[in-house]
Design a protein around this ligand. Structure first.
Ligand code: AMP
Length: 119
């Protein structure tokens, strides 16, 4: 997508602090972090959001979760045997839910305790 900010980040036309990349996804630091670690897992192919997922998108969405799981382990946030530690994974779906960028992204948020329900 020509004007999509995350497409431009994926194409490296806009700078970002990348932490992981493969053929399907790019992971980079959120520019406005809400926790000590706040990453965005983004498919390289433009998808508007969960609201527009098609059957052929299931592989990349599953891969996004798997990459998040591996990042959680590598960054030391995986829940331990007592289930302490951990991280939050969030898809905001639509404006009322807080979606502001209409290119699918999974928030990986960690490094502090978090309350529930969200505001
Ligand atoms: P959402 O509100 O769920 O659509 O999340 C969009 C996220 O993208 C927000 O947390 C923003 O801080 C983040 N964001 C917007 N522009 C950039 C950028 N250029 N680089 C990194 N993160 C960005």
């Amino acid at each position: 997508m020509e004007d999509c900010i995350f497409c431009k980040i994926v194409r490296k036309e806009i700078p970002s602090r990348g932490v992981y990349e493969d053929e399907l996804v790019y992971v980079f630091h959120d520019i406005n972090p809400v926790a000590p670690t706040h990453l965005l897992v983004v498919p390289k192919r433009h998808i508007v959001g969960v609201q527009s997922l098609e059957p052929e998108d299931r592989e990349v969405v599953g891969h996004m979760f798997y990459v998040a799981r591996k990042l959680g382990e590598e960054l030391g946030y995986a829940p331990n045997e007592e289930l302490a530690g951990g991280y939050r994974l969030v898809f905001n779906v639509g404006k009322d839910a807080g979606q502001s960028v209409f290119h699918l992204h999974l928030h990986f948020i960690a490094g502090r305790t978090m309350g529930w329900p969200p505001g």
